[in-house]
Design a protein around this ligand. Structure first.
Ligand code: GLC
Length: 416
């Protein structure tokens, strides 16, 4: 029988086995490096029983920050031939070999959770990180805004790699000259759970273009044909800015720029409201077209501090079609695929972000999402993601962020 104690122990054992000393890998094999938002979740997980280790995770992540403020989505600390595309393909220009794009900025939010676990240790560890968080957020504000909404320049940047949100913008790319390559992801996980070759050619073409331009943001702004304003980035940056404001005040720091970021982003999220769809949506900046996607990122509004009653109606509609919510894509849409990554499956991390926001804003359904996540993990383990129809585990297993979410937010032992 699986007891809560067993599951708590298993979650800690997963964090321990994915721990490389100063950083944590998402899972062995499939993802052998330090990923940005995975690491922020790892810090959150460690904070439940080892606050010092949690701070170290964030410090290592920020040791890879570029001169322009960007914090890469992957840091290649120790080269592993089992992963593609590696540092040679990316050509990152930071202090540590890295990718050239970022990921959803949840680190300041997780730092606030870590801080609150032990403010006495927290103040010392947080102070040197504060300006780094501000510089990273400023980088998004300087380079990635479209009418106040935050844009991605590569689908991997949103952390929702193959979401239907990008289909329109990906379709017009012509991956000419991308050359021959060998994927490594499909040697770890079934093909039908991963992005298609059509997508992969385009992912690589975008990487090659960024590397050729040496990741110069002004050149990318002019030349990159892929630019999509996205709810994941916009809501997470808005939320992180609110947390950074609170932390800055605690530390007695100058928070004027953070206040400006919040005002810009509060206006920006409104430009992601697709009236016809009745939902927050992604917007292709190059073509001006909506994605028409009700995704789990659409429901991050509460996490961003934005209450929107219509989103509750959308949530009820999509939850009624699945056993385990929140599906990453609308089950009533023809593109829904219950196994393929960000085109249907449930992700425990997204559930946590969505429901934490709801619970904080007093929206009762947040608790249902937490209970559903509890059932999912209790019945199916610490998978990367899950099929929302039958709950079956998918992608990689022994996943750091699923274990972290269990320890910090889902385990019944937290609320005893
Ligand atoms: C996949 C996910 C991304 C995550 C990474 C490592 O690329 O889409 O969100 O950060 O794996 O777990």
């Amino acid at each position: 029988m699986t007891t809560t104690q067993n599951l708590d122990d298993s979650a800690k054992a997963i964090l321990a086995s994915n721990d490389k000393g100063k950083y944590t890998v998402p899972t062995h094999g499939l993802y052998p490096y330090q990923w940005n938002w995975d690491s922020a979740f790892a810090a959150y997980g460690f904070a439940q029983y080892d606050v010092g280790r949690a701070w170290l995770e964030l410090e290592t992540l920020f040791s890879g920050q570029w001169d322009d403020g960007m914090v890469p989505h992957i840091l290649f600390h120790t080269i592993d031939a089992g992963y593609f595309p590696g540092p040679d393909v990316w050509g990152g220009v930071g202090p540590i070999p890295s990718s050239g794009i970022s990921q959803p900025p949840i680190a300041a939010t997780m730092a606030r959770f870590v801080y609150e676990k032990n403010p006495a240790i927290g103040a010392d560890r947080l102070a040197p990180l504060f300006e780094k968080f501000v510089a990273w957020h400023q980088w998004f504000i300087d380079w990635r805004l479209d009418n106040g909404a935050v844009c991605i320049t590569h689908p991997w940047e949103a952390g929702r790699d193959n979401a239907p949100d990008w289909d329109g913008a990906m379709e017009v790319l012509d991956p000419v000259g991308v050359g021959e390559y060998t994927r490594r992801d499909t040697s770890h996980v079934d093909d039908d759970m991963r992005p298609t070759k059509h997508d992969y050619d385009r992912y690589l073409w975008l990487v090659q273009q960024g590397s050729r331009l040496k990741w110069d943001q002004s050149a990318l702004l002019e030349q990159n044909p892929f630019r999509v304003a996205d709810p994941t980035m916009t809501f997470t940056l808005l939320r992180a800015s609110r947390d950074l404001l609170a932390l800055g005040k605690l530390l007695g720091k100058d928070v004027k720029s953070v206040e400006k970021h919040i005002a810009i982003l509060e206006a920006g999220v409104q430009t992601l409201w697709n009236e016809k769809l009745g939902s927050f949506d992604s917007r292709d900046v190059r073509s001006g077209r909506w994605a028409n996607s009700i995704s789990n990122a659409s429901f991050l509004c509460w996490y961003g501090g934005i209450d929107k009653p219509e989103m509750l109606e959308r949530l009820e509609q999509i939850m009624s079609k699945v056993q385990y919510g929140v599906p990453s894509f609308n089950p009533q849409d023809a593109k829904f695929d219950s196994k393929r990554y960000w085109r249907g499956p449930v992700w425990a991390i997204m559930n946590m972000l969505i429901a934490v926001g709801m619970e904080e804003m007093g929206v009762a359904q947040g608790q249902q999402i937490r209970e559903s996540t509890q059932r999912l993990i209790t019945e199916n383990g610490f998978a990367e993601y899950f099929d929302p129809i039958d709950g079956s585990p998918a992608g990689g297993d022994s996943f750091t962020w699923t274990a972290a979410v269990w320890l910090g937010w889902v385990s019944p032992s937290i609320r005893n």
